[in-house]
Ligand binder design. Structure first.
Ligand code: B12
Ligand code: SF4
Length: 551
């Protein structure tokens, strides 16, 4: 990570008043941690809450930082008398964030939301927070720290005009990183790092398609890595760059300048188009242990896999490429999006099964097509067509609900095929084949644990439940068809269970949201909602893509 900042002068009012601040990074939305969650949640900590903690301390404030992994008692860890509470949340943790905000506002605190949920749903979040931050730099933060005023009605939304030019160094963040890693198992401790923001490409489904690419300084990357070697023996670095591998040579030079061979391991999300054999050779030399390329679809997004092929031709080409990756890197996760408008009938699902047969060593991660508010320009099309369903935020994590009505599937057909594919992917046979095709103790063990945990068997059970409810619960069917906006009991109970003791603090109205707020904010109108599936794979449909996992 990034340029070290010269010690800053605290703004005058901050010097005059040392505030007591809470900073919470909500990595999960509930206390029920699967086996995989127990091993991995602390490894998914975000960088920005740590950066804010550094900036706030540099400005002279007292900071209480908590990375919530599901094991902590949040109310015990955040002092009851904080003056300002910052919460970083993905959309799946929005309702937990709203409940916390409500509770702390009642105690007299001013609350601030940042992170993916704030960027995607600011209109909703400002009803429950005093401040909702988009791009956040030191200046935006100081504005909040100075003003620190409770909202009269709607919270104030503030965003810098662009991503910050610099972030605190790893050395400055270290005490927060260290406190979080103390919560993870000894075998896997992943240090969150970032070397660039934004992306030079413009895939219209992606949150970064409109954000300029900006390296944060390769000298700073080297400095961070050199620092890390003084702290851990054989560290694992998890790169959070939206698109790792742009400026590939600069990155590799920055690593090679300070990291002796064999001293560090890395994990990165990158597209197949960037993973040529010469690049893979260099990644291996530099200790890259896990790569997470996005394949997304057999009928669209060929540019990400560097192929013009579609269908079975693409399956063969991508499987060959993924097998090549596995010769250089022990762990590969392939990301797919299910339910895209370019998909129709059994073929996309059957092709994915053929891919699993041809590249058995890769761990498949499936995301259900999701439109996260204003994450991507493409979401306007879904809203305009009346296809976005008001599933509560807590279900919007690419798995617990698909909030876009599929273009070419009935829900029954979609869920039948989804359950079938998930069963195929995490059957004993597939687990055994994956084990045989993977090298190294940790990658092999990870693949088995993930398959048997919430990521595999847990998904089979969950999707099968939804499929059953489509037959037996008219409320669920009506909701998913967009004919009834009353939230079915099944979902209400899960929210109650997810929020646990905080459920009574969920503010009135915060269970549901307006799924078309983005469209309304641009002054556009809704086209008549669709009932039932549409047929035919048209050009417009093929263009309507929203891939929840870039790269
Ligand atoms: C790296 C990454 C991950 C990493 C690290 C996650 C983490 N905890 O940070 C991993 C692989 C673990 C991950 C997992 C998931 N991810 Co992810 N991930 C990303 C990715 C590629 C980059 C995000 C990033 O760190 N950018 C760099 C930071 C510095 O920039 P930024 O996020 O824009 O943040 C700015 C502001 O938002 C603000 N800010 C950020 N945090 C905070 C906090 C506070 C308190 C404040 C005040 C401000 C603030 O300041 C920053 C500077 O301006 C994005 C896609 C993208 N291209 O952005 C998806 C993305 C964030 N992920 C997404 C999703 C859905 C997931 C998963 C649910 C997927 C899944 N099913 O497992 C999980 C959830 C994990 C979790 N709950 O922690 C969605 C989020 C959508 C949403 N609204 O929730 C995104 C946007 C991808 C998409 N679909 O478009 N992810
Ligand atoms: S999907 Fe990947 S390549 Fe496309 S804009 Fe987003 S980060 Fe860039």
């Amino acid at each position: 990570m990034v340029v070290s900042l010269a010690p800053t002068t605290a703004p005058s009012s901050a010097r005059a008043h040392r505030r007591k601040l809470g900073i919470v990074d909500l990595v999960t939305k509930n206390t029920r941690r699967s086996l995989y969650g127990r091993i991995m949640n602390a490894n998914f900590a975000s960088i920005m809450p740590q950066a804010l903690a550094v900036w706030c301390e540099e400005a002279g404030h007292e900071v209480h930082y908590v990375c919530y992994t599901g094991a902590e008692d949040l109310l015990a860890e955040i002092p009851a008398d904080v003056e300002l509470l910052f919460i970083g949340a993905f959309t799946e943790a929005a309702q937990l964030a709203y409940a916390l905000s409500n509770l702390f506002r009642r105690r007299g605190a001013v609350t601030v939301l940042g992170g993916p949920h704030a960027r995607c749903y600011p209109e909703d979040a400002q009803r429950y927070f005093d401040y909702v931050l988009g791009f956040t730099d030191r200046q935006v933060l100081h504005e909040v720290l100075e003003e620190c005023a409770p909202a009269e009605e709607l919270g104030r939304t503030i965003s810098a005009s662009r991503q910050p030019a610099e972030l605190p160094s790893l050395a400055a963040r270290w005490k927060f990183v260290d406190a979080t890693l103390a919560k993870s198992t000894r075998a896997i401790k992943i240090v969150p790092m970032i070397g660039s923001l934004g992306c030079p490409y413009t895939c219209s489904f992606c949150i970064d398609s409109t954000v300029d690419y900006q390296p944060l300084g390769f000298g700073a990357v080297s400095a961070d890595l050199a620092f890390l070697l003084t702290k851990m023996r054989n560290p694992i670095v998890g790169w959070h760059d939206p698109n790792f591998g742009v400026r590939f040579d600069d990155y590799m030079n920055a690593i090679e300048a300070v990291v002796p061979p064999g001293r560090m391991r890395h994990i990165a999300e990158s597209s197949l188009s960037l993973l040529s054999e010469p690049h893979l050779q260099r990644l291996r030399q530099n200790g890259f242990q896990a790569l997470l390329p996005g394949i997304e679809s057999w009928f669209a997004l060929g540019n990400k896999s560097k192929t013009r092929h579609t269908g079975m031709d693409k399956v063969r080409q991508v499987a060959d490429h993924v097998n090549l990756l596995l010769r250089y890197v022990p762990y590969v996760q392939t990301n797919f999006v299910l339910g895209l408008d370019s998909d129709e009938g059994p073929e996309p699902f059957e092709l994915t099964k053929r891919f699993l047969d041809l590249a058995p060593g890769a761990f498949p991660a499936y995301s259900l097509l999701s439109a996260f508010g204003r994450a991507a320009p493409m979401n306007l099309d879904y809203q305009r067509a009346g296809r976005v369903l008001p599933f509560p935020f807590t279900f919007l994590n690419n798995n617990h609900a698909m909030n876009v009505k599929p273009a070419h599937y009935s829900w029954e057909e979609f869920y039948d095929r989804l359950v079938d594919l998930t069963r195929y992917s995490f059957s004993w046979r597939a687990i055994g084949q994956r084990l045989n095709a993977t090298r190294g103790a940790i990658p092999r063990w990870m693949n088995v644990v993930r398959a048997m945990s919430s990521e595999g068997w847990g998904r089979i059970a969950y999707h099968s439940t939804i499929r059953g409810l489509l037959d037996t619960d008219p409320g669920v069917r009506g909701f998913m068809e967009g004919e009834d906006d009353r939230l079915p009991d099944f979902y209400q109970q899960r929210i109650r269970r997810d929020l646990g003791l905080l459920h009574p603090h969920l503010p009135e109205g915060a269970l549901m949201h307006d799924p078309n707020a983005y469209l309304k904010s641009v002054g556009d109108t809704l086209v008549t909602p669709l009932h039932g599936p549409r047929r035919g794979r048209g050009a417009a449909a093929a263009a309507s893509l929203n891939a929840p996992q870039p790269n």
